[in-house]
Design a protein around this ligand. Sequence first.
Ligand SMILES: [Zn+2]
Length: 432
Amino acid sequence: MRMIIEHVNILPGVLQNENALLPIINNAKVHIEDGLFTFVGTQDNAPPFTADQVIDGRGQLLMPSLVNAHTHNAMTLFRGVGSDLPLSNWLFETILPLEKKMTAPIARVGIQLALLEHLRFGTTLVNDMYFHIRDEAEIIKNSGMRAMLSDACVDMGDGRAQLANAMAFYQDFYHKDEQIRVSISLHAEYTSTPAFIEIFMDATAGLDNIIHVHVSETSREVRECISRHGKTPVRYFHDLGIFSKRTIAAHCVAVSEEDVTILAADKVTVAHCPVSNLKLGSGIAPVKNMLDRGIEIALGTDGASCNNNLNLWEEIKFMSLLHKGTTGNATAVSPAQSLAAATSVGASALGFYNVGLIKNGYSADLILLDMDKPNIVPSCNIGANLAYSTQGSDVTMTMACGKILYRDGNFMTLDREKILYEAKAASEALLK
Ligand SMILES: [Zn+2]
């Protein structure tokens, strides 16, 4: 498939570790061939190219599609359930009992519901941790999206069996195609033991697996970890060797100065989930300090059960605003840093190294945004517009691997009406 998007303004993205947007290319054109960009530049400089499809991008901004670095897709079915409870009551008294009823057919519906939302709001790559990931891998493949998937190990009696399953999934899917990456993960400190982590590290020694783990989400988690092990969760994972693997640590809200030093030294990527952390009353991660110390920050929504949506534009805005408020410094986090967190930083943290920028040779994973909206006009400061003014509903087209997956209200690979109908029925079955 050969495609042209023309007469469009392009934001090529934000390079990792560079606190500035790449320059906008006005009246530009991209050529896409076999899923990759083969030309990105001005209309005038474009070489001859014959395409099967030509899209007129007038009035639109073309930019990298978004990356959700921490979520639990199937939990869309728990949206609103146990809302406004603190994390421990919400998780242990409300969600865990319901998860016992989360059969594979029900999870499949929840995952598809999540994908509708991701694509509608311009997200094409997600880092998902949940059960039934073989089903999920098939759904992601068919949807045209991308994901890093893990069935996180929880050592509550059957940790070894879970680890064996995770290893088998890894062997079956490791770099088998361009859409799926595999993580062998741990759920959290409070669902693990040092003895199990030793087994985990032995079993995964030599494997190129990224670890995805919840870390220091609440001060209670940290207090209990200190009373169990005499150290914080960050120190616990460091001492047990977890951070010697590439790690994406979700949350990192209740972290000490020493924790931040460890995270920086171990090059851990933090998946910042500001909305979930606020909604569960968990607090605010010290992201300004982390950025100053060179820690890479990606953005995640967490599950729709504690957010309560998967609209990453809200996380971009919250990341941009929250840390100005906590530090009293209006320059604490720039739009470029929040947009990098939601694009290039997230993509490379998940091992997708040719995703997250609009660039020759990169995969054509992109969105079009309608710039002729009352909430965006005038567009004299594109960074500020994207961080503070843009809504998820301003996305008009979402593409991954060079294929259009969503355009102007239509989903090309998902049956919206069927999924919504089944999701309502599945939710009723779970709550009955
Ligand atoms: Zn989570």
